[in-house]
Design a binder for this molecule. Structure first.
Ligand SMILES: [Mg+2]
Length: 194
């Protein structure tokens, strides 16, 4: 059974706190990963959103290029690519297309469809891609997707530890993600037989 897997990039394939060192340097702050308890970076750093946007305009490309890959993400994505249809679905803006492709190449990640939405709203794209499972780190996205009927694997981060609803499963690693997907396929197959 070949599933359509939609996969977010930032915080899901990347290390979720990769931007912190550069942000701390830039703003003269001293926030640690344990302090990142909400998704909005300007709130975490206690700065104005305009200041954050300036920072991102200046250093966004560098941040994306220097982002580290989460442990085991590369090897698991390769394995998943053999069995399923993968799609990267990111809220990044279209001007980040080039660096995103570069980064994917640099880390030898599967070269599959890249959907750069420029918006956090991912339900429409999930529908278009007939998504079976969405892998995501942003809590609000997970809720929206689950409410629209999609199955979501929410990869654990300090900023997404809110109560989950039906359709969302919290996972802690890419090994976990692989096991959840394998179990899902087994369940779906046994449903078909029954
Ligand atoms: Mg993300």
């Amino acid at each position: 059974m070949r599933l359509n897997l939609c996969i977010d990039i930032d915080g899901t394939i990347t290390e979720p706190y990769y931007w912190l060192k550069l942000a701390n340097q830039y703003f003269g702050t001293n926030v640690s990963p344990s302090g990142i308890t909400c998704y909005e970076i300007h709130k975490v750093l206690n700065i104005q959103i305009e200041e954050y946007l300036n920072f991102y305009n200046q250093l966004g490309e560098r941040l994306h290029l220097e982002a580290e890959v989460r442990q085991d993400a590369g090897i698991i994505l390769k394995r998943l690519e053999e069995q399923h249809n993968l799609h990267y679905v990111t809220a990044r803006e279209s001007k980040m297309t080039h660096v995103t492709k570069e980064w994917i190449k640099m880390h030898d990640l599967p070269k599959v469809g890249l959907h750069i939405l420029g918006s956090h709203y991912k339900v429409k794209k999930a529908e278009e891609l007939e998504c079976d499972i969405f892998i995501e780190d942003r809590y609000e996205n997970a809720l929206e997707l689950a409410l629209a009927g999609f199955k979501v694997l929410l990869i654990d981060c300090n900023y997404n530890r809110s109560p989950l609803i039906y359709g969302i499963t919290r996972v802690y690693s890419w090994i976990d993600i692989y096991e959840e997907i394998t179990a899902y396929v087994a369940r779906e197959k046994s449903k078909k037989i029954a």
